[in-house]
Design a protein around this ligand. Sequence first.
Ligand SMILES: NC(=O)C1=CN([C@@H]2O[C@H](COP(=O)(O)OP(=O)(O)OC[C@H]3O[C@@H](n4cnc5c(N)ncnc54)[C@H](O)[C@@H]3O)[C@@H](O)[C@H]2O)[C@@H](O)CC1
Ligand SMILES: [K+]
Length: 488
Amino acid sequence: MRTAYSVETVRAAEQALMARLPEGALMQRAAAGLAAACADLLRRAGRVYGSRVVLLVGTGDNGGDALYAGARLARRGAGVVAVRAVPGRAHEGGSAALLAAGGRVVDGGESTTHQDWAGRIDLVVDAITGIGGRGGLRPDAAGLVGRYTAHGAPVVAVDLPSGVEADTGEVPGEAVRADATVTFGAYKPALLVDPAAERAGALRLVDIGLGAELPGVPDLEALQYADVAALLPVPAAESDKYRRGVVGIAAGSARYPGAAVLAVSGALRGGAGAVRYAGPGGAAVIARHPETLVHAGRPARAGRVQAWVVGPGLGDGTDAVAAVSDILATDVPVLVDADGLRLLDAEVVRARTAPTVLTPHAGEAAALLGARREEVEAGRLAAVRELAARFGATVLLKGSTTLIATDTPHTPVRVNPTGTGWLATAGSGDVLSGLTGSLLAAGLAPLDAASAGAYLHGLAARRAADGSPLAALDVADAIPAAWRDVRA
Ligand SMILES: NC(=O)C1=CN([C@@H]2O[C@H](COP(=O)(O)OP(=O)(O)OC[C@H]3O[C@@H](n4cnc5c(N)ncnc54)[C@H](O)[C@@H]3O)[C@@H](O)[C@H]2O)[C@@H](O)CC1
Ligand SMILES: [K+]
């Protein structure tokens, strides 16, 4: 499990650890890890000796980390120039160390030899702000970043790309775009949540001994292969199709019969023992998936299921309204997606005795919150938490970073690490809801079903796309391969 902690938690842990260590020890650990990461990058393109490194340093400890790391690189023969974002102000001990190692310290506006390096810089280290940064880069700092990154040298961010909001992943103004980020002690939420995360590049976590001081429950967590493998249902010797779980799908309409086929295609690969379809798309479903149990009438009369999926392609006619109300009235877990979300009443969802999972994209989430789509995209973490609280539900917010939150206090928000831009294709959400519903029917808890579903779906999409456009059914067809990857 990859975990991330808020700034407040990281600072508290650092305080506790620092109290037991000699002055400056933590910064030295951070600097050693940063220097090693920079040296790796320099070696990949050539060698450390004789390379040219520019450190963009702010006034705080983030700059201090870079200055001490720069001193280490200078001692290995790199040419290192620290450029101060604020004239005359940078971490004193770090500046002295760099100077003593043969590096230089200059102000942003100064005309010095390092400017002749333009186009010949091997590495830019961004250390303007770390967890102490607020409100996007200030204009002079942004100007400095623009000047030194214009020639395309690789950029390594220290702790965080400067200008992003550490706790939320928001990017309120100008921010650094890094090729790699070397972070200390723990991941911060911004490193896992877009739009900040896509500015961080490859992540490297440096152990500074903070682990024992961090609380057991993080703010965010991202499942990895082994975590997903442990969640996936495996049929026991005595299992039969009913014991493995039956998932009901209420999707599709005369206008959108394809949504029924897509949701069923996801559900068939999700571990439930049988898929029951209720709605007007039965003929299309059977034509593609003859193993489905179809029912043409209202879901209430479709027979017993262990979980329902309602919404994809349902439209907003009287049948759609009836399907949503029938299904929300049941005492089994329900996943509501797409058109179903437009017919939701928060009070009805809150009053349910069994769990409810909502799977909106940013536009649907915005409609549920009464906000603008851009607001949801800019503040994904706040949006998913707010929706979970308002509806008393588990909410999977789809998008460039898919997030899953529950309304249970002190439960980390899950970040899905898989996926591909090619997944932004019509019908792929229908496959995800079928798949996740199937995992619910197989007995996974809502948070686990949603996060394992998103993980498999993203992995299947990567396999199916392999660098080319894909269709939603391709994603469904690749789910078994993704499942095998995870369990391998
Ligand atoms: N606290 C600790 O124990 C450790 C901290 N470390 C480093 O220290 C960093 C935190 O240091 P600080 O608390 O000094 O804070 P930072 O160095 O992250 O930033 C604070 C400084 O940046 C300026 N600033 C804030 N917002 C700005 C903006 N938008 N544009 C330009 N300048 C801005 C502030 O005026 C302040 O002087 C961490 O991110 C990490 O890199 C590491 O050395 C490991 C140990
Ligand atoms: K930084």
